[in-house]
Structure formats: structure tokens, C-alpha cells
Write a new protein. Structure first.
Ligand SMILES: Nc1ncnc2c1ncn2[C@@H]1O[C@H](COP(=O)(O)OP(=O)(O)OP(=O)(O)O)[C@@H](O)[C@H]1O
Ligand SMILES: [Mg+2]
Length: 189
């Protein structure tokens, strides 16, 4: 690789790193707002499709009977979590080179909580990666493509929303599960 190419990769890597950190370090309190499950996930899908890697994947929503379910949370922070997971899914689908690559955004109300899943059919992770994927700076991607902060930041954000995030292999790829508390009116996160 030439010096110029290498420098560009390093710049990309540092740029990504800074934007990941800035996303989390915004100190201002965010107020929870009323969100509609189907509308919220549709917006996530639309935003994600602006990324070149996601544009080539098909994205499907699985909302069961809960398309119009209402809950309170921070759209901004929750969106960052879902988008990060979608970018990871798209990366896995690119690597798997399968033609029927699909990202499924699953959402349900679940006894006072809201349950989200971001699923892909990109092959999932090894046991070793599964054990380490939420660690800061853990990445299996080459320099310039991943900083290893995506899931770490997602975990911090989920905690701030009063929720939890976990990931494991499903039938054909990774399943990331996000459980959120439905916070009350006027609550600051
Ligand atoms: N959907 C997925 N399928 C397969 N592996 C995944 C998936 N999501 C995450 N991983 C694995 O977990 C690692 C950590 O993910 P994380 O989002 O934290 O970092 P990254 O994607 O490598 O870099 P960054 O998100 O900072 O650009 C990835 O490098 C990859 O090995
Ligand atoms: Mg990532």
C-alpha cells in the first residue's frame, strides 16, 4: 500500500473514532419523547439506507401487531444504537457476499418494556468474537473500516436509556437484542 493510501486510511480511521466519541460525549440531558414503534424503525431504515454499505442490503421490518405501539425514549440516542447495529449487519453481509443478504428490524412491546432486535443473515460470530465484541477498540475489521467502538458506544447509550443490549448468533447471523424501559412523561435521560 502506498504512503498516500495508508495516510488516507489512517485519516478515515481517526475521523470515525472522533465521530463515535463525539456521539456519546454530548453532555446535554435529552428529554424522552413519545415515539411510535413502526415510524421510529422506518426512520432508522431510511437513515441507514443513506450509508453506501446498507444501500445494497434489503431491510425488512417485523412489527407484528405493534406497528402503532407508543413508547417514551430518546429518538436520537436510540437511533444511534439501531444505526450502529445496522452498519455492523451490513458489513457482515458484504463480507458474506451472499446475494439474499437481509437486515430485519424487529420491534415489540413487552410488558412495560420495548424489545428491539437487529438481525442479519451474514453468518454471525465465532465464540471468541462473541465474548469480546462489546469491548472498546475490539474489531475484526481492517484499519479504516472499523474502530471497534460501535458496540461499546451502543452499550453505553442503552444504559443511559435505562436499557440493556446483548448479542448472539441466530439461525443465519447475528441477533442484537435491545431491551428498553418505557420511561415516563417528562423524564430526562
Ligand atoms: N452483525 C454482525 N455480524 C458479524 N460480526 C459482527 C456483527 N456486529 C459486530 N460484529 C463483530 O463485532 C466486532 C465489534 O463491533 P463494533 O461495532 O463494536 O466495532 P466495528 O464495527 O469493528 O467498528 P466501528 O463500529 O467502531 O466502526 C466487529 O468488528 C465484528 O467482528
Ligand atoms: Mg460497528
Amino acid at each position: 500500500m502506498s504512503f498516500a493510501e495508508n495516510s488516507q486510511k489512517e485519516l478515515d480511521r481517526v475521523g470515525r473514532l472522533i465521530s463515535q466519541l463525539l456521539q456519546f460525549s454530548r453532555p446535554d440531558k435529552v428529554e424522552a419523547e413519545e415515539l411510535v414503534l413502526g415510524t421510529f424503525l422506518e426512520e432508522c431504515a431510511e437513515l441507514a439506507s443513506m450509508h453506501s454499505t446498507v444501500r445494497h442490503c434489503s431491510v425488512r421490518l417485523d412489527l407484528g401487531e405493534d406497528t402503532f405501539a407508543v413508547f417514551r425514549s430518546s429518538a436520537d440516542l436510540l437511533q444511534q444504537i439501531v444505526l450502529n447495529c445496522m452498519l455492523n449487519a451490513a458489513d457482515a453481509l458484504v463480507d458474506s457476499a451472499r446475494e439474499d443478504g437481509e437486515i430485519v428490524l424487529f420491534g415489540r412491546r413487552d410488558r412495560g418494556r420495548v424489545r428491539f432486535e437487529v438481525r442479519d443473515n451474514g453468518g454471525g460470530v465465532s465464540e471468541e468474537v462473541a465474548a469480546r465484541m462489546f469491548e472498546p477498540f475490539f474489531t475484526t475489521k481492517e484499519a479504516g473500516r472499523g474502530t471497534g467502538l460501535g458496540l461499546f458506544v451502543c452499550q453505553l447509550l442503552a444504559g443511559r436509556l435505562g436499557g440493556e443490549i446483548s448479542a448472539g448468533n441466530g439461525a443465519e447471523g447475528l441477533v442484537v437484542k435491545i431491551f428498553l424501559r418505557d420511561v415516563g412523561e417528562g423524564v430526562c435521560l
